[in-house]
Design a protein around this ligand. Structure first.
Ligand SMILES: *Cc1c(COP(=O)(O)O)cnc(C)c1O
Length: 479
């Protein structure tokens, strides 16, 4: 059953009594607002406060979300974000800031950004971090533009960017948008970069390698140092997709193994709610020789005073003003609350939870395409169930019936019927055990009554959608 629209509860005169009548005359409005901007036939909906509240609570109950249960969406790090972050980020001193205020008036905000940059530098081993890019993909594009400008200044014509075949889809998209050409590097039987294939593709035309570590299979590239040495031997750079930082905070620093530039996902690792399309933040960290190219302005400190610094080599801006400040506050609060010891524990538990889940699921007959050990996430292959005409999508849908959000499916592309699971550190063992028992139940259903799974979901407000039709006939407007 579909919910009514708020508009459908509307009835003349139902408006909240305590707000009283509108005391602006129609002719006065027409004086202020230009004629061409006035809507002719607009009707305010009139509903009471309690109806509005109930409407949205009902909608939120129809939806599945993190506050209801496990959300093991691989690669997305859907962890619980402490509510205190929201509290702090809505302090008046923050929400009434305006981005055009003078430096002298916003010293506190600059201090927060300066210190956040410091923490990210310490965590990653980079020399400076630009907070500006508003998403991971934006951080990737920013980095590609930085690399492009760097080689332009060196008068080196390098057009190729190498990307392993396990990469996230945003990687090739960013590379193409920046005007480079993608070259795919194969994975070996362990699910890591194939060194021979890498060497075959290396040349003086290569600008950089875009690598994710641990990669999207959850596997740490054990040859990361060798890989980086190889690229540097050709004068090429190494870009790290840092979306998987949740796996190694306080344990490993990309800067220490030679990564030249990387992005962070504050909306994954550092506790801003992820999903729903933002706002997010994808800061970019770089080694000193690339720092001048990062977006302007940078934030510096002289004595006790914080100020904006503009570099003439900079690629310019990649977002309006300074990026999503609200997200910085949440990351800052989270980092200050945890400290480096807390962050290390965060990653250790993220890895422990994922490995507990992997082991228990393997015991009941699920398996990974690659047997290599994994960190904070792992990717099952559900190809065996094809004999029963069951695909990863069917199992994902059936999970919804049991109040579990589905894992990421069909990604990475190198795993057939991929089922990518990332429980995160904030799931209690009881919830992991519930997920395991649900997976066991679904496995039994596939043997006994595969149609039950094939036709799932059965208990959700909206049943299985015709995704092909939705893609072809995209109607997102209610008339
Ligand atoms: C999430 C993710 C990205 C992109 O980040 P967005 O903030 O969603 O743009 C890139 N790479 C990997 C591996 C990711 O998991």
């Amino acid at each position: 059953m579909l919910e009514k629209l708020l508009k459908e509860y509307s009835k003349r005169g139902k408006f909240n009594d305590y707000l009283g009548e509108i005391d602006v005359e129609k002719k006065d409005i027409e004086k202020i607002i230009p004629q061409n901007l006035l809507r002719k036939d607009f009707e305010f909906i009139e509903v009471s406060e309690i109806e509005v509240i109930r409407h949205f609570i009902r909608l939120s109950n129809l939806n599945y979300h993190l506050d209801k249960g496990i959300y093991p969406l691989g690669s997305c790090t859907m962890k619980h974000n402490p509510k205190v972050n929201e509290e702090v980020s809505s302090y008046e001193g923050f929400i009434f800031l305006h981005p055009l205020q003078k430096e002298e008036d916003i010293q506190g905000a600059l201090k927060l950004m300066y210190e956040l940059i410091y923490f990210l530098k310490e965590i990653s081993g980079m020399d400076y971090v630009s907070l500006q890019p508003p998403a991971g993909a934006s951080g990737e594009l920013t980095s590609m533009l930085v690399i492009k400008k760097y080689f332009m200044d060196k008068k080196e014509d390098r057009k190729i960017v190498l990307i392993p075949d396990s990469a996230h889809g945003t990687n090739p998209a960013s590379v193409t948008m920046a005007g480079f050409i993608c070259q795919t590097i194969k994975s070996n039987s362990e699910g890591m970069v194939d060194l021979d294939d890498l060497k075959k593709n290396l040349s003086e035309q290569v600008a950089c390698l875009m690598i994710t570590n641990p990669n999207t299979l959850g596997i740490f590239e054990k040859n990361i140092k060798i890989i980086i040495e190889e690229l540097h031997r050709y004068g090429a750079l190494v870009y790290l997709d840092g979306a998987n930082l949740n796996a190694y905070c306080g344990i490993h620093r990309p800067g220490d193994v030679g990564v030249d530039i990387m992005h962070f996902n504050l909306h994954k690792t550092f506790s801003t709610p992820h999903g729903g399309g933002g706002p997010g933040a994808g800061p970019v960290g770089a080694k000193s020789f690339l720092v001048p190219y990062l977006p302007n302005p940078k934030i510096e400190k002289e004595g006790e005073r914080y100020y904006f610094k503009y570099d003439k080599e900079s690629i310019g801006k990649t977002a309006s003003f300074y990026g999503n400040f609200n997200v910085f506050i949440k990351a800052y609060t989270y980092l200050r609350m945890n400290g480096i010891k807390g962050l290390k524990k965060m990653s250790q538990i993220a890895v422990l939870n994922a490995n507990y889940l992997r082991k228990r699921l393997e015991e009941i007959g699920f398996s990974c395409e690659y047997k290599t050990s994994t960190l904070h996430e792992f990717v099952l292959t559900l190809k065996d169930f094809k004999r029963k005409d069951i695909r990863a999508l069917d199992i994902a849908k059936r999970l919804l019936d049991y109040d579990c959000h589905a894992p990421t499916i069909y990604f990475p592309l190198i795993v057939p019927e991929a089922f990518m699971i990332e429980p995160t550190e904030t799931e209690p063992k009881e919830e992991l055990d519930r997920f395991i028992s649900v997976m066991k139940k679904i496995k039994e259903e596939i043997e006994e009554n595969p149609n039950l799974v094939k036709e799932a979901p059965h208990n959700t407000p909206v049943k299985r959608l015709d995704e092909g039709k939705a893609g072809r006939e995209l109607v997102v407007k209610w008339d």
